[in-house]
Design a protein around this ligand. Structure first.
Ligand SMILES: NC(=O)c1ccc[n+]([C@@H]2O[C@H](COP(=O)([O-])OP(=O)(O)OC[C@H]3O[C@@H](n4cnc5c(N)ncnc54)[C@H](O)[C@@H]3O)[C@@H](O)[C@H]2O)c1
Ligand SMILES: CC(C)[C@H](C(=O)O)[C@@H](O)C(=O)O
Ligand SMILES: [Mg+2]
Length: 346
């Protein structure tokens, strides 16, 4: 047995793509003669319906005892914002696991430029990694919500910035050696602290990595205009959420984008960057690729199975190169038929 996986399908298309990931993982594990233990738990809206709590104690315990947590997506109009609150739900889970660094790779691989809405010469060679701070900032500050006034506090400590920046610099060393830190330091005090802490760590431990800073508004333009000029993009929680949805479009669809959320230990939380997509849920239209790539990241980072991870990634690339795909990238497959094809070609 190589690993205990807390398996949280969640809601909407989360359930469809998580089912696809389980199928591919089981097939890949079988091929390599290893076994995986899946402990399925209710989470999100499904958990509210079952026991009135989006993150039941039992689910939290299974996640804290697992080697990795594999999550589909949560939410939907039926539950409003109740599936994601900081003290419960999705934000509660991220904070309980202390996974402060959310890695969101975006690639337009050679031969895949056709999926991108960008001109071929701009889409070529896009390969960037967004490192998003995940357990601080506006998402976790104090809130006041009155009829006519509301307030969301944005708070960052130097230690919170330094630990996620370290992950970004380490990742850059294994890639092209460049970090672009994104903030709004011309306006926000938290962004000035952010820039200062990133510079301090850079000077102290990572002078070999090329560092530059960019304001988030300019970054959202440059990401479309010159996406291949970026290697690692480091940013705070809210900016990272927005920029990663934007960046996912470069590769053709949000349904292609995976993520790994990591802390100080080996345990991680793996989920595609998209949500429960109520507009297409239950229709077999969801693209499973972002979820499958998240499962591959799980095998590599938390379960130490790099070979299985590569096997899954290669099968996905081959399927896309063969013209297979769901409707969001112009294909004719359903979530299930694409998943079955990937399983067969592992
Ligand atoms: N990590 C998460 O669990 C997560 C992430 C984002 C949003 N949400 C929640 O999901 C719900 C819906 O949010 P939303 O509609 O703003 O964002 P969404 O990401 O669910 O959907 C945005 C758009 O992308 C499309 N899309 C998403 N995933 C797709 C896939 N796999 N294949 C093809 N197309 C896909 C949808 O059809 C929709 O048009 C909300 O309740 C939100 O809070 C959860
Ligand atoms: C659902 C929401 C809280 C979540 C976030 O903003 O982190 C989602 O958009 C994501 O990107 O995982
Ligand atoms: Mg998001």
């Amino acid at each position: 047995m190589v690993g205990k996986i807390a398996f949280l399908p969640g809601d909407g298309v989360g359930r469809e793509v998580a089912g696809a990931a389980r199928k591919v993982l089981v097939a890949a594990a079988q091929k390599y003669g290893v076994s995986l233990e899946f402990n399925e738990c209710v989470f999100g809206g499904a958990a509210i319906d079952e026991c009135g709590d989006p993150l039941p104690e039992q689910t939290k315990t299974v996640c804290l005892e697992a080697d990795a947590v594999l999550l589909g997506a949560v939410g939907g109009p039926k539950w409003d914002g109740a599936t994601i609150r900081p003290e419960q739900g999705l934000l509660g889970l991220r904070s309980a696991l202390d996974v402060y660094a959310n890695l969101r790779p975006i690639q337009v691989a050679k031969g895949m430029e056709g999926f991108s809405p960008l001109k071929k010469e701009i889409a070529t060679d896009v390969d960037l990694l967004i490192v998003r701070e995940l357990t601080g900032g506006l998402y976790f500050g104090k809130r006041e919500e009155g009829m006519d006034t509301a307030r969301d506090e944005c708070l960052y400590t130097r230690a919170e910035v330094t630990r996620v920046a370290r992950i970004a610099f380490e990742a850059a060393r294994k890639r092209d050696g460049r970090v672009t830190s994104v903030d709004k330091a011309n306006v926000l005090a938290t962004s000035r602290l952010w820039r200062n802490a990133v510079n301090e760590l850079h000077e102290k431990d990572y002078a070999d990595v090329k560092l530059d800073h960019m304001l988030v508004d300019a970054m959202s333009m440059k990401l479309i205009q010159a996406p291949s000029s970026f290697d690692v993009v480091l940013t705070e929680n809210l900016f990272g959420d927005i920029l990663s949805d934007e960046a996912s479009v470069l590769s053709g669809s949000i349904g292609l984008a995976p993520s790994a959320s990591l802390g100080d230990g080996r345990r991680g939380l793996y989920e595609p960057i998209h949500g429960s997509a109520p507009d297409i849920a239950g229709q077999g239209k969801a693209n499973p690729v972002g979820m499958l790539l998240s499962a591959a990241m799980m095998m590599r980072f938390s379960l130490d199975q790099a070979e299985i991870a590569s096997c899954i990634e290669n099968a996905i690339s081959r399927a896309l190169a063969a013209g297979r795909g769901t409707g969001d990238i112009g294909g004719k497959d359903s979530c299930m038929s694409l998943t079955d094809y990937i399983c067969e070609t592992l």
